[in-house]
Design a protein around this ligand. Sequence first.
Ligand SMILES: [Zn+2]
Length: 462
Amino acid sequence: MDIRLTNTLSRDKQIFVPIDPGRVTMYLCGPTVYSFAHIGNARPPVVFDVLFRLLRLKYGEEAVVYASNITDIDDKIIQEAARSGRSLKDITTTYEGIYREDMRALGVLEPTFRPRATEHVDGMIGLMTRLEQLGHAYRTPNGLMFSVPSMPTYGRLSRRDRDEQVAGARVDVDDGKRDPADFALWKASKPDEPAEARWTSPFGEGRPGWHIECSAMAAAALGETIDIHGGGLDLIFPHHENEIAQSECAHGRPMANVWLHNGFLSMDAQKMSKSLGNVAHVHDMLKRYDGETIRLALLSAHYRGPLDWTDALLAQSQATLDRLYNALRRISSAQPADEPPPAGVLNALCDDLNTPQALAELSALAAEANKADPADWPRLRAQMKAAGDLLGLLSKDPEVWARGDEATARRIDERVAARLEARRSKNFAEADRIRRELEGEGVEVMDSPQGSTWRRIRGLGQ
Ligand SMILES: [Zn+2]
């Protein structure tokens, strides 16, 4: 079972070979915690969680070391503190907590390490000192800058030529740059910035730039060369290009052997932006949809391609999960056999994390379960569960899933009781009306001498 991954560095699909199969390392750039995570922010952690699960299956749970950081010092956090009057610590603690809660609800396993930038400032200063000693960094009144011309291979990941690099680098007036492509490693404190955002360093009082944070945290958690480094497409330039520049110039060896990038997420075919008012927060979405529904929607497209987020996609994902859980419910009386994940699902994921194909394979298993004789139930139940574990789905009790969320379930209980009452008082027209109404919502009512029960059937016929 070879795992093939598309490496952004080489632009082709390669068999993944870790440096040490006994210690496979992966790093994913984490969130800057100054606000709620939107659904686009959730795509990388969910995609890389599937890869984490796949690597653990192949190399063993203990052999995979996964780090994803928390950026808790950054311009945006300082701006939020100035705007709201809250302390930096208050803002970052609040939003880190919410982020971790949201990720848990999406079925994202806790990474092995979750380093916080503010706890690694010493390591960042160490890296910068080394870069300065080696002639890759220089001081300005505004802090410490990385000298892009000092690295001949700069731009290898993004394949941007010199003009594009300059156009992409932010140029502030009078920032003391020697070259327009140079970028900040250390930012000198400004008089109006809070004490919480100041550290002393050989380059003066200030704070680290965003890029050096990841270089230092990845090295501290995983080592100087890691197997896999991931992130969204938008991070290739300048963030990942700059991480490579810092790490490779300081350590004299590659920062990562495989670079993986997930595609963009759009909202009803538009770019998600505050000005368009179409930013969807995961935290709000979780009040309306189960985390597994959101997760399945995020995995419905191949990670490298774009994903258009719509209400229809969520409805479809909910219907798919209903269908999977209904099939699992049919065969749930069987004792699961000892089965590895089905080959179809595994092959799909090993082929550059083809999650749409893996989901199609899982749906085919569900269709089989809906028709199978009881003799096949133990195998099918085990295979569906194993496939679900790999994808981070089907973790709930099918009986609980069939009732839906608690508020809806209580409302349906009340409607079913009202219908029963109508029947008892021989108001059959009213009883039929309620039944039809519930059917319209995808709820089937079943009568028996003991009373009436119900189940969700939405998605069954699709
Ligand atoms: Zn990063």
